[in-house]
Design a protein around this ligand. Structure first.
Ligand code: ZN
Length: 282
């Protein structure tokens, strides 16, 4: 599943390759990709034809391309890809929607093997589509307000990892990046928000930003080999993760065996020494 750095890389690719171009035609190969567009796939096609893409924006894992006052809104789901390339190349069976442009240059293909991703037209959504207005800014956005997020975390009894994954508090942090940032900050995933000091929370978000920045400069990380960036080149690479997926292996800081705990139907990886477990309260 693409995480925030991968989606940001896709956004940058769209910014470079489709902004400023006018949509000529919409080829609908699999209407399920338009299921979030309630007026139906034909309405989507008619609405975007002839419109110029004026930007490439992102909030969390959603991307949108403003067209006039409206926007084409995309979510990549588990396996979605946005591919830009020679319009005459063969269509793979996973391509759901294809946009061509009036300049006859590279086309844009929304490909999705597992069909969890989707496209829609967000009417009046050029600045921020209403459908995603409830999603909190992510730590890479200028709108991210560290002081406000810190105050909300310190008002909670819930564990810090649960807070990091809460998209109404802060968006874009998935399981991998949460574990990596907590390890860097030396915080156990179960530490309660209300027991953390302000400085610990700001160090934690500093760690989140570091992990994201490293991932961005390396081209994104993912364990999903289906992930391909906007040019169709694989963004997959072997990142040296410090704890995630490394149960039983030595911590890169202290050598203690990394521990895996069940967490919200998934796992939490941590170093028992660098990230001491909080004492249970009486
Ligand atoms: Zn350690």
């Amino acid at each position: 599943m693409p995480e925030l750095p991968e989606v940001e890389i896709v956004r940058r690719g769209l910014e470079r390759h489709v902004v400023g171009r006018t949509i000529d035609s919409v080829q609908m190969l699999h209407p399920r990709a338009l299921r979030r567009h309630v007026a139906g796939p034909d309405d989507f096609a008619a609405a975007v034809r002839g419109r110029k893409i004026t930007g490439a924006l992102r909030r969390g894992k959603y991307l949108w391309l403003p067209v006039g006052d409206d926007a084409v809104l995309a979510h990549l789901g588990m396996s979605g890809q946005l591919l830009v390339g020679d319009p005459s190349r063969p269509l793979s069976s996973h391509v759901r929607v294809r946009l061509t442009f009036t300049d006859s240059g590279p086309d844009l293909r929304f490909s999705d093997q597992r069909t969890f991703g989707h496209l829609s037209l967000a009417v009046g959504g050029s600045a921020l589509p209403a459908a995603i207005a409830h999603i909190a800014p992510d730590p890479l956005e200028p709108a991210f307000d560290l002081a406000a997020v810190t105050a909300r975390i310190r008002g909670r009894q819930s564990g810090i990892k649960r807070a990091l994954l809460d998209q109404s508090l802060v968006s874009g942090i998935g399981n991998i990046y949460a574990d990596e940032a907590l390890w860097r900050a030396g915080l156990h995933w179960a530490r309660e928000g209300q027991q953390l000091r302000k400085v610990q929370i700001s160090q934690l978000f500093g760690a989140v930003q570091e992990v994201f920045a490293e991932s961005l400069s390396a081209g994104g990380t993912t364990f999903d080999s289906l992930y391909v960036n906007v040019n169709g080149q694989s963004g997959y690479f072997e990142r040296s993760l410090n704890v995630y997926g490394r149960a039983g292996q030595p911590c890169r800081r202290c050598g203690t065996a990394v521990r895996r705990d069940p967490f919200m139907n998934r796992s939490a990886f941590s170093c028992p020494k660098c990230q001491p477990r909080p004492r249970t309260r009486p």
